[in-house]
Structure formats: structure tokens, C-alpha cells
Write a protein that binds this ligand. Structure first.
Ligand SMILES: Nc1ncnc2c1ncn2[C@@H]1O[C@H](COP(=O)(O)OP(=O)(O)OP(=O)(O)O)[C@@H](O)[C@H]1O
Ligand SMILES: [Mg+2]
Length: 426
């Protein structure tokens, strides 16, 4: 799959007279194509850098309408800042060679808080990165102002759904550790890549779970290439989600892989405590999870049981919980330099998954009742106030920054996109 092909399709529809720009900057010699490379070469006709294989499929809007039954409410999976997500089913009737499988189709909401930039970032990063703990992008659609993404379907939805939905089953200790370890491996893969990637939006709602609760990171719309050469950080606009973003990044705009490690610490705390990173429904002092949890972990006289999720009903190894809590504390160090690397995090977590000292392994505890699909049904669009409340919560939790403009009008498409690409997508 040539990048040229992706963008030529977006452009072709709009302005066939637009002359491709010559490559003015030397392209990276590394195998992964970066957004900076893209800024100067996207329009080049002789662009020959591939998106690591030819596995991305280009769908038409009509095809995606067909596979989601016209984005019907019965196929609705949920909605975030990007737009609604619907379940669909693809097979080789749509495109020869396509593996028959369920998919999740994400549709950019043209009035939403995200835009073309996030879509493009997602295609460029996920189109090139493949790992068992990153969600697989199967393809995309770029037709006029429409922007869609087609992913492998993750039957258990997000970790956020699993941890906090009222009718969800309570995840046992071993599953929580499995999720933490898998997600840590996904982050470690990004950080240790030849061209490191900073994920920037690590949070419970972006960790998707397959039928065996194996986690995969999704949503690369805010991802950034890591610093190059002697640089220690990337300076960038402050974006992300309240309750997860590292304090030094919020204060200075300096982004490093250590910012992701901080966010990992927050998610680890969520797994241990069953509490949301920010919960406005709790007493004032308990609303921010990190502020509430750190003094408990630090003070040896305070009981660990105060910290742990009551839905675990004490079914966890005490030593393991202590080690995991101490690790979360380290990830949440105020100084980024004191935070561990993700490879160290994995080393600490791996042995904790199978610790059994005080736990009876195996049973899932139902707080009310439900299985994966039942849970999802309760969130369907229009099935009550929950849907609207969730949308409001997502908008409020986003760290505000100037909205990346979606390109609305047909005529402005090429010009706007070109300007943005020229500006290095800043
Ligand atoms: N590949 C997928 N398979 C199954 N469900 C998915 C998939 N991708 C997203 N979803 C579901 O769609 C819903 C919306 O996901 P989305 O990533 O758009 O928003 P979010 O992560 O909740 O919020 P944010 O915009 O802050 O990332 C979630 O409930 C998620 O479980
Ligand atoms: Mg998400």
C-alpha cells in the first residue's frame, strides 16, 4: 500500500488539477514512515515509501454502509470523541481475499471534537505498526469529507466498560494482571521501536479486550513520533485526557515516553482499586484517583485493603497487590526520570499474575448479572440517558485544545489538507 495511493484517493475526488509537490526533504531511511515525512512528500507522485505491506484495505462509504446495515442502531457499539462506532461483517464478497470476520467501523463525526488530523495520524501509525497488543486496523475510507476507520472487532469492548459498567462482571485478579501485562507490552513495543512512538492517550477506554481478555491498544489519533537525536522530549500542544496526562506534560508541553508510563500508572491504579481516574460522584478528596491513592500506598500503616477494589472481595494475593501498588506509585513519580521503563514494568508484573497465596482462582463474581453482549446492549444508542451522559463525560474529560478542523467543503479539502501537511501537521 503506497501512502501516495491513500492520499491520491482523498485528493482525486476533490481536485484532479492539483499538481503533486516535489519531494523537498530527504525521506527517512528507517522502515517506518513518520508524519514528518508525510508533511513534505505526501503529494509527490514518485512517493515510493510503503505502509509496511499491503494489508490496508480502502473501502468505499457505500461498502461500509452495507456492512453496518446503514450504521443501524442495532449495530451501534459506542461513541467517543471521534464519532460513533458500529459493528459490521466483512468477507471476500466485498473484496477478494478479505478474511470473513466481524469488524468495528468508526465514523468521524463532522461536528465532533476530533478531526481529519486524528484520522490521518491513526492511518499512518496503525497502518504501519503490527503487534499482538495493538488493535489491527483493517482499512479505512476517505471519500469527500467522510473519514472512517475499520478495525478488527474486539468482543469484550473496552477495559473501561469492563471495570465500571453497572451490570458488568467483576474481573478477577489474574485477568486484571493479564490486562496490565498485555497493555504494558503494547506500550513497550511502541517505546522500543526503531523510531519510538509516544502513544499519548493511554487510558482504560482505549484498551480493548478480545474474547480471552487479552488487551489491545486502540486510538492512535494523538500518537507522536518520539524525540530524535539528542533531543530529550517532543514539544507539542497539550492534548490528552484529564486524570491520565502526566503533570510535567500538562505544565510544559514536553512529551516523552515517560508521559505514557505515568498514564500506565493511572490505569494500573484503576485495575487495583476499581475506581475511575476522575470520579465527580465521589467525595471531593477522593475524586482524583492518583491524589487519593498515593498517600495510602506510601504510608505503610494504612491498610492495603483500603486501596483494593471491594469487588475483588479480598480475592487477591497480598504480596502481589503490594508489589503492583508500589509499581503504580513508581510510575506516578512526579519526576519523569524516576519512572521505570515499560520493559521494567513488565518484569515486575509478569510474576504477579499467577500468584495464588490468598486467592481462590477461577470464579468470576457477578455483581448483578450479564455477559459481554448483554452488557453492550445496555449501552445501545437511545436506550436511555446513559448514552448522552457518556458523550458529555468524554467531552469534559478531554484536555481542551484548538479543535483540529475537519475539512468540510469539497473545494477546501485539498487546500486545507495541503496546508496542514506543509505545516508538518502541527
Ligand atoms: N475495535 C473495536 N471493537 C469493538 N468495540 C470497539 C472497537 N473500537 C471501539 N469500540 C467501542 O466503541 C466505543 C467508542 O470507542 P472510541 O475509541 O471511539 O471512544 P472512547 O475510547 O470511549 O473515547 P475517546 O474518544 O476518549 O477515545 C467504546 O465503547 C468501545 O468499546
Ligand atoms: Mg478510544
Amino acid at each position: 500500500m503506497k501512502l501516495q495511493y491513500i492520499f491520491s484517493r482523498c485528493f482525486k475526488i476533490e481536485n484532479p488539477n492539483l499538481k503533486p509537490k516535489k519531494v523537498v526533504r530527504k525521506l527517512s531511511s528507517s522502515p517506518r514512515f513518520s508524519l514528518l515525512d508525510l508533511s513534505s512528500s505526501t503529494l509527490s507522485e514518485d512517493l515510493s515509501i510503503s505502509l509496511a505491506g499491503s494489508y490496508l484495505h480502502v473501502f468505499t462509504l457505500q461498502e461500509l454502509k452495507m456492512i453496518t446495515q446503514n450504521f443501524s442502531s442495532s449495530n451501534f457499539l459506542g461513541e467517543g470523541g471521534f464519532g460513533p462506532v458500529h459493528k459490521g461483517f466483512i468477507d471476500d464478497k466485498i473484496r477478494p481475499g478479505l478474511k470473513a470476520q466481524p469488524v468495528a467501523v468508526k465514523l468521524l463525526d463532522l461536528d465532533g471534537s476530533q478531526g481529519h488530523r486524528e484520522w490521518l495520524t491513526e492511518v499512518v501509525f496503525l497502518g504501519q505498526l503490527r503487534h499482538p497488543h495493538l488493535v489491527k486496523l483493517i482499512g479505512y475510507c476517505c471519500e469527500e469529507e467522510h473519514r472512517l476507520l475499520v478495525y478488527e472487532y474486539m468482543p469484550r469492548g473496552s477495559l473501561e466498560n469492563q471495570l465500571y459498567r453497572r451490570y458488568s462482571i467483576s474481573l478477577p485478579w489474574s485477568t486484571r494482571m493479564k490486562i496490565a501485562i498485555g497493555a504494558a507490552k503494547g506500550l513497550d513495543f511502541l517505546h522500543e521501536a526503531e523510531n519510538p512512538v509516544i502513544y499519548r492517550d493511554f487510558k482504560a477506554s482505549n484498551i480493548l479486550l478480545d474474547s480471552n481478555y487479552s488487551p489491545k491498544l486502540s486510538d492512535f489519533g494523538l500518537a507522536k513520533d518520539g524525540p530524535e537525536g539528542d533531543d530529550t522530549h517532543v514539544s507539542t500542544r497539550i492534548m490528552g485526557t484529564h486524570g491520565y496526562a502526566a503533570p510535567e506534560y500538562i505544565m510544559t508541553g514536553h512529551l516523552t515516553t515517560a508521559s505514557d508510563v505515568y498514564s500506565f500508572g493511572v490505569v494500573l491504579l484503576e485495575l487495583l482499586t476499581g475506581r475511575k481516574s476522575v470520579d465527580k460522584n465521589r467525595p471531593h478528596r477522593e475524586q482524583n484517583l492518583v491524589e487519593w491513592a498515593k498517600p495510602i500506598i506510601k504510608n505503610p500503616r494504612k491498610l492495603l485493603s483500603r486501596l483494593m477494589d471491594p469487588r475483588l472481595e479480598g480475592q487477591y494475593p497480598e504480596m502481589g497487590a503490594q508489589k503492583a501498588a508500589a509499581l503504580a506509585y513508581q510510575c506516578l513519580s512526579h519526576s519523569p526520570k524516576l519512572r521505570p521503563k515499560m520493559s521494567d514494568v513488565i518484569k515486575v508484573l509478569e510474576p504477579l499474575k499467577d500468584l495464588e497465596d490468598s486467592i481462590q482462582i477461577g470464579t468470576f463474581l457477578f455483581s448483578v448479572l450479564g455477559d459481554g453482549d448483554l452488557e453492550r446492549d445496555s449501552e445501545k444508542k437511545g436506550s436511555g440517558n446513559g448514552y448522552h451522559k457518556r458523550r458529555r463525560e468524554i467531552q469534559e474529560s478531554r484536555i481542551k485544545s484548538p479543535k483540529s478542523r475537519v475539512i468540510y467543503s469539497k473545494n477546501s479539502l485539498n487546500e486545507n489538507l495541503r496546508k496542514r501537511l506543509d505545516n508538518g501537521l502541527k
